[in-house]
Ligand binder design. Structure first.
Ligand SMILES: [Ca+2]
Length: 82
């Protein structure tokens, strides 16, 4: 019974994707989107995003921001303005 329900749900999801016109997104286009977003940061945004003050924005900054969002202490002044 569980397999039948799972199969029917899968068919419904695929059908809904076809009706709505959802197109699969390649990993390359997702990376291009992320890079294009990163390139649009202005100087103020880059300073704000560089939460560890290393001089560049990288995954360490993103991790610190994620921890801050989750309420985990990071030791950085995130969300306090520049
Ligand atoms: Ca940084």
């Amino acid at each position: 019974m569980k397999r039948i329900v799972s199969f029917l749900l899968s068919i419904m999801v695929v059908f809904a994707m076809i009706v709505v016109g959802v197109q699969p997104i390649s990993a390359t286009s997702q990376i291009d989107s992320i890079i294009s977003i990163a390139r649009t940061l202005d100087e103020t945004e880059e300073v704000a995003a560089d939460v560890d003050g290393s001089g560049n924005v990288n995954v360490k900054d993103a991790t610190a921001i994620q921890k801050w969002v989750a309420g985990i202490e990071t030791g950085f002044a995130i969300g306090e303005g520049i």
